[in-house]
Design a protein around this ligand. Structure first.
Ligand code: AMP
Length: 219
């Protein structure tokens, strides 16, 4: 069964996915992470999407679907968190086709709500471990030992080029423009739960787990 996590950049999709993944019952698929890996590895897809992503725009739906199809093949029958996907109606329709072939379904869509000023505050201090990708924040979430990653001990950290405030505003605008229709589509199907994601991550996670249990997921 699939959980779709919706929310603008900085709403906590990655943090909530990490907390759920710790239970061992979920696989996390983030199209943003998949695309960044392609760029880091210098693949053909990476070369195509690099500039598009650095401006906060969306790469083509065909590229996104090719990455998702590979992941669905790898994780057949598992509980999957889709983070940042689907983001356009074309992706929804292509996803429906893929899922029906695999006899899978979207069991819940969670919409994480946070206002823009809080998003900017969260994102402008964000950085991650170069080695394992664990995410930290200048004020809200520093590593336990300064300068070393809690998860893997890595000593090098990076900031995303698309986390600059002006690019971020474009990402939020693009997100809202493109994804409103997607959210409406799932809402009409009765699958959407709205959560207040301005709360602390553990409270949001507790709310999320209640929704998942009600929807029949194993947590
Ligand atoms: P994220 O890590 O989810 O904030 O995504 C970072 C960037 O990757 C976005 O601003 C888009 O450029 C691109 N991206 C991620 N997921 C998708 C998607 N499903 N469709 C189109 N573009 C995406």
């Amino acid at each position: 069964m699939i959980l779709v996590l919706f929310g603008p950049p900085g709403s906590g999709k990655g943090t909530q996915s990490d907390l759920l993944r710790n239970s061992g019952h979920f696989v996390h698929i983030s199209t943003g992470d998949l695309l960044r890996n392609e760029v880091a590895e210098g693949t053909e897809i990476g070369g195509i999407v690099k500039d598009i992503m650095s401006h906060g725009e969306f790469p083509s739906d065909d590229i996104i679907m090719s990455l998702i199809e590979k992941q669905l093949d790898l994780h057949e029958g598992e509980q999957i968190i889709c983070d940042g996907f689907p983001r356009t109606m074309n992706q929804v329709l292509a996803f429906n086709t893929l899922l029906s072939v695999k006899r899978e379904n979207v069991g819940l869509v969670v919409n994480l709500n946070v206002d823009l000023s809080q998003l900017i505050e969260r994102i402008s201090g964000r950085y991650s471990c170069k080695e394992c990708g664990a995410v930290y924040h200048d004020t809200n979430k520093r590593p336990l030992k300064d300068g070393a990653c809690d998860r893997c001990g890595g000593l090098e950290f990076v900031r995303r080029t698309d986390d600059q405030p002006d690019v971020l505003k474009n990402r939020v605008r693009t997100y809202l423009d493109q994804t409103q229709a997607v959210c409406d589509y799932y809402r009409q199907k009765g699958l959407v739960k709205d959560l207040d994601a301005s709360k602390d991550p553990v409270s949001v996670n507790n709310d999320l787990k209640s929704c998942l249990t009600q929807a029949g997921f194993i947590i």
